[in-house]
Ligand binder design. Structure first.
Ligand SMILES: [Zn+2]
Ligand SMILES: [Zn+2]
Length: 393
């Protein structure tokens, strides 16, 4: 591995930062102590800090010493800072000290890797242009800290030519990484179908329009949408996860509702499947004389890497980790990621960094970020930023 030597030599110090964050997890939009920790570190490195983007989000600005930074390019590197509302069961000496809060997705590690890169880049400044280190709140939970930072003017205040994200990835060996050309993660939307019928006595169904029976027809109709309406080479998942109707055993209710999620890998399929869900439910319920209305609660869009940037990231991975370090056969996953909002606005890519075959899964109460990744991820940021800013086209 061709890592940045100065980052390898401070591995223990980086692990202590990471374990401090692990011990003090904060969930979406409550990352106050974490944000203070990051700001204090950045300021101690001589990095300009701008706070208050998306509440607890902050940006560190590092200008290069080569040439006029104002004439150079600019790049955004993003880390997520939030933990999950769950209880830790690791028994680690640095396990969470906050009940019901846990860094079970490794955002403690992501924050540390970007901090480490920021210190090195601020010490060396051997690039032309500007590097923005974006520390965002609330990746988890559906309320999109990335979107909140954008709404608060992230890309208006700071001009960036590209943005980049990274996530540790259990199940992939340490020293390997993935940069998908195209979709890395799915988009996820919630929908609720309300079925209106006509209630009445359970003994006289012919005088009603039974929304419970209609819900059954809708469920069956929706099961065949993916298998019969979608190109087998495209990907989507519909899962019906909530079903509500009725309050008494002898009353046919007037309404029923079905809730679920739609996960898709591209914008076109997403819009088409939303329309298909509504049409299939309406048609199915109509056979029993019921009406259906659909409420869509848009979630995170698909995380779509820009192809030339994914290829650029692959070159960095290969330079740093060797040809074996680049993994190209892993398919995208149906989980969603709010870095997608940034990739909707700017070119760039989202990288998976192997966390090891022994790592517990993300969101497991036994998960712990693998500290072996700290110098690898930080080196990737440094080499990516330097190379991207030096790129002539
Ligand atoms: Zn997560
Ligand atoms: Zn995560």
């Amino acid at each position: 591995m061709q890592l940045v030597k100065a980052l390898v030599s401070v591995h223990e110090e980086l692990a202590s930062w990471r374990q401090h964050l692990h011990q003090n997890p904060e969930i979406a939009y409550e990352e106050k102590d974490t944000s203070d920790f990051v700001a204090a570190k950045l300021e101690s490195f001589g990095v300009e800090v701008y706070r208050g983007f998306g509440g607890t989000g902050l940006v560190g600005v590092i200008k290069g010493n080569l040439g006029d930074p104002e004439n150079g390019k600019a790049i955004g590197l993003r880390a997520d800072m939030d933990a999950l509302p769950m209880s830790e069961e690791t028994n680690l000496t640095y396990a969470s000290q906050r009940p019901g809060r846990m860094h079970a997705c490794g955002h403690d590690g992501h924050t540390t890797m970007l901090l480490a890169a920021a210190r090195h880049l601020a010490e060396t400044r051997d690039f032309q242009g500007t590097i923005y280190c974006i520390f965002q709140p609330a990746e988890e939970g559906g309320n999109a800290g990335a979107r909140s930072m954008i709404k608060d003017g992230l890309f208006e205040k700071f001009h960036m030519d590209s943005v980049w994200g990274m996530h540790n990835w259990p199940g992939l060996e340490v020293g390997r990484a993935v940069a998908h050309c195209g979709a890395a993660m799915a988009g996820a939307d919630i929908f609720v179908l309300t079925i209106d019928g006509k209630g009445g006595h359970a003994a006289m169904p012919h005088l009603t329009k039974d929304p419970v029976a209609a819900a059954g027809m809708c469920i069956l109709a929706l099961q065949t949408l993916i298998s019969r309406q979608l190109d087998p080479f495209d990907q989507a998942v519909i899962s019906l996860t909530k079903l509500e109707a009725g309050s008494a055993f002898n009353v046919i209710p007037a309404t029923a509702s079905i809730g679920g999620t739609l996960r898709t890998m591209n914008a076109e399929t997403r819009l088409r499947m939303i329309a298909e869900i509504e049409a299939a439910a309406k048609n199915a319920a109509a056979t029993l004389g019921c009406n259906v209305s659909m409420e869509l609660r848009p979630g995170y869009p698909p995380t779509l890497n820009h192809e030339s940037d994914a290829l650029f990231a692959r070159d960095i991975i290969t330079d740093m980790l060797g040809a074996d370090g680049l993994e190209t056969s892993m398919t995208p996953v149906m989980g969603a990621e709010d870095f997608s909002f940034m990739l909707e606005k700017k070119p760039g890519a989202y990288i998976w960094l192997g966390a090891g075959l022994q790592s517990e899964n993300l969101h497991s109460p036994h998960f712990d970020f693998n500290d072996d990744l700290l110098p690898i991820g930080a080196s990737f940021w440094v080499q990516l930023a330097q190379s991207k800013l030096a790129q002539s086209t």
